[in-house]
Write a protein that binds this ligand. Structure first.
Ligand code: 9MR
Length: 493
């Protein structure tokens, strides 16, 4: 079903019965009655009603009618990778299959996710290219399809496996230069392929007036923790990158290839992790979802349908989680067919829905609120307020304020602190917290901590100290123990 049809349906639903109530004073108002929400019967319609896209990865050979019926977004599974479309000088070649997919998506009102520009694997003729050549390729690919591509994975899989929290060794590390060897890539003379690729992509988007959004995509970054409650260092490394380069990055992709690997499980803090990225202001997408159902291996321990429900619910519960994409249509056609990780059986255009499909549809139909009622508010009464507030808002003081949001789990926590300047601009800030006994800071980002327990202060770093009046910035820290009840205090300089 097309998005236009979805919208038409929603409008129709909202124009349904209204009750006329008489107020004591005799004025009539119209009050909306929430009609029973009719369940949608396709993934794309149910997702649209909940305010997100539901997509699929495909190649031209898989474009049977089910694709446009069920999905509202398309990711070329292989046909936009540098190995297919890049020349060694950063030009484009062999774009036919990619064009077929983009045209199909456009005809069927589907969004496209370009996948992918800078990746250590399937780099093809770009293997070993320098930043200038990567930049040429980024420019060519972005302008080739323009706004026909809604989201591009600019950088894919930059981080190392095994919860190392570092960059990959096979990543184009020759393009990362830490000139003074201090462990970060922010000083004069430093180069960073992640930053520089995003900077280039943003320049191209702005210079061409594009609305294409620029994403970073990775796997094993889904939970705050991995199996056993160990902090997910890979997720934290991604969080640091997005925080540091926030001005160039619009969206974050959690690939979500869930399986029995201790770092690839569906942890209970998936939603909290989506939320902390969303709190940076980026869109979050589940980009390559499949869930291992190889029961002979007793994989992730619960029914596949329930696991799908969990993932869909975690996304629905975070407003900035704006899309979910499954990595293929049917198990038999998946890159990991033996794991039977997708929503359909069958093949070659003849597909049967699995229990997992019905669970996803049902969860989507419950909407963001989880209740199944429409998420768009019902008709609003047109009453003019008669009571005028007698107090004028108190002036915002100069200086700064800080608020904290905590995600806790057994044995640890992540704190996200928002710093807001008062009525005047500030040149720097420092936030103090008193940690309860037993709590210890193990890691901080976008701030410099002093101390690890008890009274701890966090000072701004170079790029986030200056704030205009009422402007905000965020920093975070992670720790062991519990930080419940902490109240941050902010001092401006
Ligand atoms: O599904 C893709 C498969 O057909 C390819 O052979 C493989 C080659 O690397 O890439 C698969 O897609 C990957 C995606 O591009 C990036 N994240 C992991 C996906 C599964 O390996």
């Amino acid at each position: 079903m097309s998005r236009t049809t979805d919208q038409r349906r929603r409008r129709t639903r909202l124009a349904l019965p209204a009750a006329v109530l008489l107020l004591a004073g005799g004025a009539a108002i119209v009050q909306g009655i929430t009609p029973a929400a009719a369940a949608e019967t396709t993934l794309r319609a149910a997702a649209a009603k909940a305010g997100l896209f539901f997509g699929v990865a495909a190649s031209p050979g898989r474009l049977s009618s089910i694709v446009a019926q069920e999905f509202s977004q398309l990711t070329p599974e292989n046909d936009m990778k540098p190995s297919t479309i890049a020349t060694s000088s950063g030009g484009l070649q062999n774009t036919g299959a990619a064009d077929t997919l983009v045209n199909y998506a456009q005809t069927n009102n589907m969004l496209v996710r370009g996948h992918t520009l800078v990746w250590h694997s399937q780099a093809g003729a770009l293997q070993g290219a320098n930043q200038a050549t990567l930049n040429t390729f980024i420019g060519n690919a972005l302008t080739r399809w323009g706004n026909r591509i809604a989201y591009w994975d600019v950088v894919n899989e930059a981080l190392a496996d095994n919860n190392a929290g570092t960059r990959r060794s096979e990543w184009p590390h020759t393009l990362n230069r830490d000139a003074n060897g201090d462990g970060d890539l922010f000083d004069a003379g430093d180069t960073d392929v992640i930053r520089d690729s995003f900077v280039r992509a943003k320049q191209v988007v702005q210079a061409n007036g594009l609305s294409t959004k620029l994403c970073i995509n990775d796997y094993d970054v889904e939970g705050l923790t991995v199996r056993g409650g160990t902090p997910n260092r890979k997720a934290n490394a991604l969080y640091d990158i997005v925080s540091n380069y926030r001005q160039y990055i619009d969206c974050v992709g959690f690939q979500a290839h869930f399986n029995d690997n201790p770092n690839s499980i569906i942890s209970d803090d998936l939603q909290a992790n989506i939320q902390r990225f969303a709190d940076l202001g980026v869109e979050v997408h589940i980009t390559e979802l499949d869930i291992d159902d190889d029961l002979s291996n007793n994989d992730i321990g619960q029914g596949q349908a329930d696991n799908y429900r969990k993932v869909v619910r975690a996304c629905l519960n975070v407003a900035r989680c704006t899309g979910i994409t499954v990595w293929g249509i049917a198990d038999s056609e998946s890159w990991r067919s033996s794991e039977r990780g997708l929503l359909f059986t069958g093949g070659n255009g003849n597909y049967q829905k699995k229990a997992a499909y019905h669970a996803v549809l049902d969860e989507l139909n419950k909407g963001r609120s989880g209740t199944g009622t429409p998420t768009t508010p019902p008709v609003t009464p047109t009453v003019t307020p008669t009571v005028t507030p007698s107090t004028s808002p108190s002036p915002v003081p100069a200086g700064c304020t800080a608020t904290v949001s905590l995600n806790s789990w057994n044995g640890g926590f992540v704190a996200t602190v928002r710093v807001t300047a008062g009525s005047a601009s500030i040149n720097g800030w420092s936030v103090g917290v008193n940690l309860p006994s037993g709590a210890t800071v193990t890691n901080a980002w976008n701030s410099t901590p002093s101390g690890t327990s008890g009274a701890v202060r966090f000072a701004n770093v170079g790029h986030n100290g200056r704030l205009g009046a009422a402007q905000t910035t965020e920093f975070g820290f992670q720790g062991t123990g519990s930080a419940t009840g902490i109240t941050p205090t902010c001092t401006a300089s």
